[in-house]
Write a protein that binds this ligand. Sequence first.
Ligand SMILES: Cc1ncc(COP(=O)(O)O)c(C=O)c1O
Length: 433
Amino acid sequence: MQTRFSLTQADIPKAWYNLLADFPEPLPPPLHPGTKQPVPPEALTAIFPENLVQQEMTPERWVEIPEEVRQIYAMWRPTPLLRAVRLEKALQTPAHIYYKYEGVSPAGSHKVNTSVPQAYFNKVAGTKRLATETGAGQWGSSLALACKLFGLECNVYMVKVSYQHKPYRRMLMHTWGASVHPSPSDLTDYGRKLLAEDPHCPGSLGIAISEAIEDTVKHPNTKYSLGSVLNHVCLHQTVIGQESIRQMEMAGEEPDMIFGCCGGGSNFAGLVFPFIRQKIVEGKKYRLVGVEPSACPSLTKGELRYDFGDTAETTPLLMMYTLGHKFIPPSIHAGGLRYHGMSPMVSHALKLGLIEAEAYHQTEVFEAATLFAQSEAIVPAPESAHAIAAVVKAAKQAREAGQKKVLLFNLSGHGLLDLSAYETYLTGKLQDA
Ligand SMILES: Cc1ncc(COP(=O)(O)O)c(C=O)c1O
């Protein structure tokens, strides 16, 4: 029985897909916090290069992928699509479970799908140095690698609790030549202010974003780079869904339900946006489920409103599901899902009823992750394991209903550098926040 569906290098998509072109209602624009008017593109060029600002706002349905980027993608893309027959057996479910495996990238997750084009477009625009934030270190290591490949300096603010929990990703960033600082740090005014208020502040993605933006505006030839949330990041990730559509065709099946974990929303967007196009254009009936932690439930418990993308209120206002930009999530092990808001595009898709959302506690997530590791062999990243928890639940429901459902999820990264979180779970010490 065929369980692995592989494309060739020639099949790497030639364009990214832009859902903005197909939304039935336009996406509310980012607003200037002072004037409450739509932010003009020029205002964004203080922190992003012009070519990426254009991508952020383009109404074009397809955006060409530069050949230099496709050549780097070819180091690990197309990624495989696999059928999890051993997991199906362990769950005794009639459901067919497929997963797109992004953990084969050199940095171990989907994040390089956007760090490479972001570094490329910055290089073309003359940027010399990039500043960014990172949670678990997946994004920081992906940007460190991309900067090294294009000869840019890379300066990373890493959420302090993850800096302490995930020393190996910090070392990976160092290996690829980046500078890494625990956030809040004493390198920025904002970090110093927070440390004065609370020297033990665990940090959050919102805080680290504020520090990276402050670093950007205070250093010459520096731009800011974000690993999720924004339109151009979701755009870059659509290589995942485009490949998956072809690979599901190779498998001869159509998914009934498609799942991805949601931090800022980019891997979920990357997998499901091309399927949303099929829903809108071809009337397909997939159910698309974004899965988030119960400890940071922006989609399931947040409010849809304009809010800042960072804690220090330096970004434009984004229309998104948010828990409030001052919310500091509990220190769960899925560091990459500790973000107070959600991508405006993913939020808009939820508002329009194109997708749905579920939240899971981390003990249930690690139970599903361990079952996956013991049946399918791959140790999932704690972030990706949220999608697995939802798939396990759907597969059990299919068993109870006696229905052959086809389930597809994004295994956005491996967890080989997250083993201490597994040890916490396996020794019975993991608690729900
Ligand atoms: C493996 C993995 N999956 C998912 C995420 C969540 O980010 P996003 O929602 O942008 O895909 C992260 C973030 O660090 C991650 O490292």
